[in-house]
Unconditional design. Structure first.
Lengths: 411, 394
């Protein structure tokens, strides 16, 4: 057991920190600015670090990736805009794509020449994603066969700016639901695709709805085999979990520092909130729980450094950090009282959005609302608990109405 | 970055687990729960042959000279088996205090006998005020020539009834920041009397120990006069992590029993573990156990490595694992239903074992407050570039 960073790691960290200090991102309002910033990060070697060199990556050690993520969080530096392509879609294509697909798409993900989104969830298919109804039918046209796609997706991050999407659609309704799904590359710039921003409880629109009305995909734009979509989507989901816990920790610590400053200013009964024992217990709880997340981050990193892949146990981390964030945002609201709820009009000395924290929207109120999403997206807490219970603890699977022979299923 | 145990550490854990599985069976534990002395001399001697009392003691004094990680691994297994013995009192508290005192003559006098299993010892710290700071020490030590005269009452002294040696913390001068002194007192000293408590957790015995004019020589002082907390502070910090290891072991046992039970217990025609209400309760247990593992062993590593984060890690571990073990062990009774509430079923041995350590060496509230202080001190130090950090005080 050795949980020190090596001298080499520390030198690397200093280099990253220096680079960040020398490269302020400036305003990143427009898509073009965001893409340019990713290009700058890529040229510095900080995008796709873990990807193989032959696909434009760095073959960097997990530790180096973690250090970059941590330092970017520490410097409040916006990450690469093409986050889904870098985290999930690119790696899936590298593993399962054809040579032609890899050649055509992968490098351009790193340079943000193409932005990608993920077309998975549907209004009637959330946790039960495999029940999805969006249809892809192979039809004959004069110039050859094409997949014709009809249906609706929802909770699509980056939808409004995406050039391509990876799409899960049903290609065979006659077989059990997990077997009838295929995985497509979809051109988002075509008449049959309509993207509508989805306004959330935050009042902002990080997600979109996407409607397909006879959208098309070429036969060569299927990833893997027809009917293999569910299997591939599972590996994709696997990349999404366990992510960069240490960067998360750094962000929590930065919020915590700001909260401490605010509680020195804010008073209750003529005493600074920071001196109130009840408030201190809440702050102390947050300190401890973030520390525990940091140790979990070290455990994952230790595993990755040995070349092992975190398996189902990364569900534990996702469950912990998302539930923790919800809990902490509630504690912050307790401490700040009605000030915590202000979206506008909060005095500067009490605001979260003071100097170092990310984005114009980063108010305490926004964080409180946003935390509700974390325990729902990327597999809800309930789904994570099913995974932990069934795949890690080996408890018996519950009987499910959808596990019936194909012939008995409707449509 | 390596969070795995070394091969030697794995061997030590396996050896301890094998021993505990064989010798500290629920049946054996129950026998000792009814035993007047509450532990078995035979297993104590076997532990000594395995070198476990000396796991942390310097090789120069007959120990193995290993670190906190190894000690935590042993205690994790003892918690898991609810092993009744004066191990924590002797090894973590008493030997820890003597080593922290740092005097060669005392170390040479006591540590080899502790390592060899010949001496059982304990620490008499808490008084009527529930606190983990020097200010709570009210017991007086009056200087009389070259001797000290001890008068006062100590509570919750673990395994005092079988200890040969009692380390006791007494006040030698009026001061809130310290003014205490640690003394090593033979348990048969004149003026010393004991009254045994009956603890909810019968695998741990505690006593109220009264000192009425107990006379000790000047060379009984462990560490320095008036600076007792320089000894006790580090011991409490290490004890907090050791208590976390005990609670972690007990929680692991409760989780394992619950998961196994959920697979075999049938209601409504299916194993109860098939129901999400039970499955999710078990998943929550695993989350708490895994986080507790990370917190406990990170803290143990940080203490061994002399990391600047050791104090924060120790407080994080004690506070987190205290809450987590209560949740896990409590939930395990719920998962079991009625049978988990019976004396006959073994679950309560581990439930109570974890509970025993929850308030000791600083409860979760205490360590949350301390963690916050440490973080605030670090932020201030970051600004002023000084090295200040608070001692184990609130």
């Amino acid at each position: 057991m050795d949980l020190n960073y090596s001298a080499e790691d520390e030198r690397f960290r200093l280099r990253v920190r220096q680079w960040i200090a020398e490269h302020p991102p400036g305003a990143l309002g427009s898509v073009a600015q965001k893409k340019a910033w990713q290009r700058t990060l890529y040229d510095a070697g900080y995008v796709g670090m873990g990807w193989p060199r032959e696909y434009g990556g760095q073959d960097a050690r997990p530790m180096e990736q973690a250090i970059v993520a941590e330092e970017m969080a520490r410097g409040d530096v916006p990450g690469a805009v093409n986050s889904l392509a870098l985290g999930l879609i690119g790696p899936t294509l590298i593993v399962h794509g054809t040579d032609e697909q890899k050649q055509r798409y992968v490098k351009r993900m790193l340079t943000a020449e193409d932005i990608w989104c993920q077309l998975y969830s549907e209004p009637d298919s959330g946790s039960d994603l495999a029940s999805l109804k969006t249809r892809a039918v192979l039809e004959a046209f004069e110039d050859g066969n094409r997949w014709v796609i009809n249906g609706q997706k929802v909770w699509t991050s980056l939808g409004p700016i995406a050039d391509y999407g990876v799409l899960l659609a049903r290609t065979d309704p006659s077989v059990p639901k997990h077997q009838g799904i295929s995985y497509f590359i979809l051109d988002m710039h075509q008449p049959g695709v309509e993207v509508r921003p989805l306004k959330q409880i935050t009042g902002s629109s990080e997600f979109a709805e996407v409607f397909f009305n006879n959208a098309v995909a070429q036969p060569e734009n299927i990833i893997g085999r027809e009917g293999q979509g569910w299997e591939l989507a599972q590996t994709t989901l696997g990349f999404e979990r366990g992510g960069s816990l240490l960067a998360r920790v750094t962000r929590h610590q930065a919020n915590m520092r700001r909260l401490v400053e605010v509680t020195q200013t804010l008073s209750r009964d003529s005493v600074p909130v920071l001196e109130d024992p009840v408030a201190r217990q809440k702050l102390g709880r947050m300190v401890v729980e973030v520390e525990v997340l940091r140790y979990a981050g070290f455990r994952i990193l230790s595993k990755l450094e040995q070349g092992k892949r975190p398996g189902s146990e990364s569900s534990i981390d996702k469950l912990y950090y998302s539930e923790m964030d919800k809990r902490h945002q509630e504690l912050i609201q307790d401490v700040l009282g009605p000030y915590g709820q202000l979206e506008r009009g909060l005095p500067d000395e009490l605001s979260l959005n003071s100097s170092t924290l990310r984005g114009d929207d980063a108010t305490w109120a926004y964080n409180f609302l946003w935390a509700r999403a974390g325990t729902i997206y990327a597999g809800s807490s309930e789904i994570q608990k099913n995974i932990i219970g069934e795949r890690v603890l080996r408890l018996p699977r519950e009987p499910r109405a959808d596990r019936v022979p194909a012939g008995n299923r409707e449509g | 970055m390596d969070f795995d145990f070394t091969q030697e550490q794995v061997m030590l854990r396996d050896l301890t687990r094998e021993f505990m599985t064989r010798e500290s069976t629920p049946r054996a534990v129950r026998t000792l729960m009814e035993d007047e002395r509450g532990f078995s001399d035979a297993t104590w001697q076997q532990l000594a042959e395995m070198g476990l009392q000396g796991v942390n003691i310097d090789a120069g004094y007959g120990g193995q000279g290993l670190g906190m990680i190894e000690l935590a691994l042993v205690l994790d297994e003892m918690g898991r088996a609810a092993y009744p013995s004066p191990y924590f009192a002797t090894v973590v508290l008493a030997a820890g205090a003597i080593a922290a005192g740092g005097q060669a003559t005392q170390m040479a006098r006591y540590l080899p006998d502790i390592a060899a299993g010949r001496t059982k010892a304990t620490l008499a710290l808490i008084e009527s005020a529930l606190s983990w700071t020097p200010a709570m020490v009210d017991m007086q030590a009056q200087r009389r020539g070259s001797e000290f005269v001890l008068s006062g009452v100590k509570r919750f002294v673990p395994f005092a009834h079988v200890a040969d040696l009692i380390l006791v913390v007494a006040r030698t001068s009026a001061s809130d920041s310290d003014g205490t002194t640690v003394f090593a007192v033979p348990s048969d000293a004149s003026g010393l009397s004991q009254k045994l408590n009956v603890e909810m957790d019968r695998t741990n015995r505690t006593s109220t120990v009264s000192f009425e004019g107990v006379v000790v020589p000047a060379d009984a002082v462990v560490g320095e006069v008036d600076h007792g907390w320089r000894v006790i502070g580090p011991v409490l910090e290490r004890a907090a992590v050791c208590a976390a290891a005990e609670m972690l072991g007990a929680a692991r046992r409760c989780m394992d029993m619950s998961v196994e039970y959920a697979k075999v217990r049938q209601q409504f025609g299916q194993p109860i573990g098939m129901f999400q209400a039970i499955k999710h309760a078990c998943s929550d247990m695993l989350l708490e156990v895994e986080n507790s593992h990370g917190a406990t062993y990170y803290a143990a590593w940080a203490l061994d490595a002399g990391s600047t984060e050791a104090s924060l890690a120790a407080s994080s571990a004690k506070s987190y694992v205290g809450d987590a073990s209560r949740k896990v062990c409590g939930s395990s009774i719920q998962v079991h239903g009625g049978i988990g509430f019976t004396w006959e079923y073994d679950l309560h041995l581990y439930f109570k074992r974890a509970k025993h350590f929850e308030p000791l060496y600083g409860d979760a509230d205490f360590h949350r407050e301390r963690a916050l202080q440490l973080v605030l001190a670090r932020a201030a130090a970051d600004e002023s570039r000084s090295q200040a950090a608070p001692a184990l005080t609130s």
